[in-house]
Ligand binder design. Structure first.
Ligand code: NI
Length: 201
């Protein structure tokens, strides 16, 4: 049933992995790309949510959909384990799960689904166009794939984006690529980076 895999090969991240360029001067250059941008979505609790809700604090964003059979639930389960392991260290992190299946993922569907995971994970949904805009902000891609006559699945970018308090891509976590130790290091690093960033101001 390969058509049921919601995986994963859709990486548009190449544009973000900017190799360090050779500049003649010794000045420090921050080549971390700024990602994100304006958007309007709604949380699984029915509250409006926009870019201002993500500004000024580090966050993790992951795209998926509640009907996803494997990748999304596995990722959210692992993320829940990680948040539990981090405890209060994760207090400064916002964590959002944005659906790429706006036709089926209603507020109620998302709320029911997320009740199985860490309560700090905020579900986001919107119209077809709002969903597309949010994905474009992260160069995430997704597409509906028919399964049989009436059903469909959604292939989607399945990396977690770790974004620092200044809106720069800090790191990514890829499905089944990083063990928990590595994931925790990255998440701790994100929190520390944000604290450093704030302290520099
Ligand atoms: Ni998925």
């Amino acid at each position: 049933m390969t058509g049921r895999l919601c995986a994963v090969a859709l990486f548009a991240l190449g544009a973000f992995v900017v190799p360090e360029r050779s500049y003649a001067s010794s000045q420090t250059l921050d080549v971390s790309p700024t990602i994100g941008g304006p958007f309007e979505l709604t949380t699984h609790k029915g509250e409006p949510f926009s870019e201002s809700d993500l500004a000024g604090a580090p966050y993790v964003v992951f795209f998926g959909f509640t009907y996803c059979p494997i990748v999304c639930p596995t990722t959210l389960w692992e993320l829940s384990q990680d948040l539990a392991a981090l405890g209060s260290e994760a207090d400064g992190l916002n964590v959002v799960f944005a659906t790429v299946d706006p036709e089926r993922d209603t507020q109620e569907t998302l709320a029911t689904y997320l009740s199985s995971f860490d309560p700090r994970i905020v579900g986001l949904y919107g119209t077809v166009e709002q969903t597309a805009q949010f994905a474009r902000n992260y160069k995430a891609v997704y597409r509906k794939v028919p399964v049989g006559d009436e059903d469909y699945t959604v292939e989607h970018t399945a990396i977690m984006y770790l974004v620092d308090a200044d809106g720069r891509l800090f790191d990514t976590i890829r499905y089944h690529e990083d063990g928990q130790d590595v994931r925790l290091d990255k998440l701790r690093g994100l929190a520390a980076k944000s604290a450093q960033s704030s302290a520099d101001r």
